[in-house]
Design a protein around this ligand. Sequence first.
Ligand SMILES: [Fe+2]
Length: 454
Amino acid sequence: MTTYLGFSCSQHDPAIAVVDEAGEVLFAQANERALKYKRGWHAAPDAFGLIEPILDSYAQAGPVSANLTWSGNALRSVRYLAPLCRWGLGALDLIGASDLEAKRARGWVLRHGLYRAPTSVIDLLLNLELRLNERRHFRSRLTKKGWNHHLCHAATASFSSPFEDGLCVVMDGMGEGSSTSVFSFRDGRLKRLDSPGMANLASLGIFYGQVCFAAGFDPVAGEEWKLMGLAAYGRLDEGLYRRMRSAVTVKGGHLSLARDYAAVIGHLLPFRQRPHMANADMAFTAQKVFEDVLFEFLNQAHRRWGGENLILTGGCALNPSANGKILGATPFRRLHVPMAPGDDGNAVGAALLAWQAAHRDRPVPRFSTPYLGSVRAQDSLERLCRHGVEPCLQTDDPDRLTDHVAARLADGAIVGFMQGRAEFGPRALGNRSILADPRSPGIRDRLNASVKFR
Ligand SMILES: [Fe+2]
């Protein structure tokens, strides 16, 4: 009985997924949830303290297949990126580049060489290996494999879709060679349709992240959602739209950057000093550019490959404002966006791809529930009680539960409510709720002060 583990190993959003011998997804969770570290930048995907309970709960006492979300070649090349970048930065000084050229090149090297690189290398998962070796029955039965990054995105999205067939578009920050990929999904199999890019740095996700930064937010903390929210308060700036729209184009199934792309972004950067609300028009305009480029890409993909069902994934699929308009702006009839289209979701895809490779004669079982995360831990509840959060009630009796919660709310208490497992995905609230009686005077201030620490 082999256990298939998936480890998202980009430099951000590490995650773990577990698939059993039957191909069922048993567990999936972004490590940020357990590490209490937003987006888990540069954290090991198999972090100590986090991997042990998952192995105890879900791993079978047999061989373990560990799967990474970047291909072996990508992971092998990572070790050379840092020295190469250092050499490149030194070379800039030697060739006497002008200040402006040097500044641009320096930014390029840092951004593309270091920031985008997976933090992990092919020989990662040392914590996992150590923990498995400490348990004698796992000894020498660990295999590791890296899978193409966009293939992992496509697998998570397609195997969680309700479709028998569809066109799967990955629109990402960056993958292996380019930020976009197109796959066909048919008979439970994925096939790459577009030609893989070669160091194509054009990216709608990075464009949006750069505007997010210019608007005064922090894309490293994943604050693109704030830019999306701010857009609702703005109006179209037509001059800015023309400049931004011409900076990112769609050509032959790939994104492409105009020569003056850096100048367009550079023009926006001083806006960062302004109050957020002063940047609402820029946010609206950037959102419109994002949508128009996305729709053009999808329309071109439809003209070329057709189909009624669209499966959209990759980090750009985390823009629900755009997602909601896709069916009106393209000929696709149905749309599926997975619960975790970003890099955390790839952990599931990698584990399922390994399962599929080991069971070529069987279809990959579909999964649709997002409730794949952690369960309520008994010791967490006991700890809460020890810290005076009382009374804690655990019950399977719904009447008792509702009576108890209603009574406490009527007394003016703030109630933490947990039912079942946490959801998987960056928009998940953990299947937990905070309840309070809105009639209670000052309740909003009490909530902000005692729960949200605002
Ligand atoms: Fe990705």
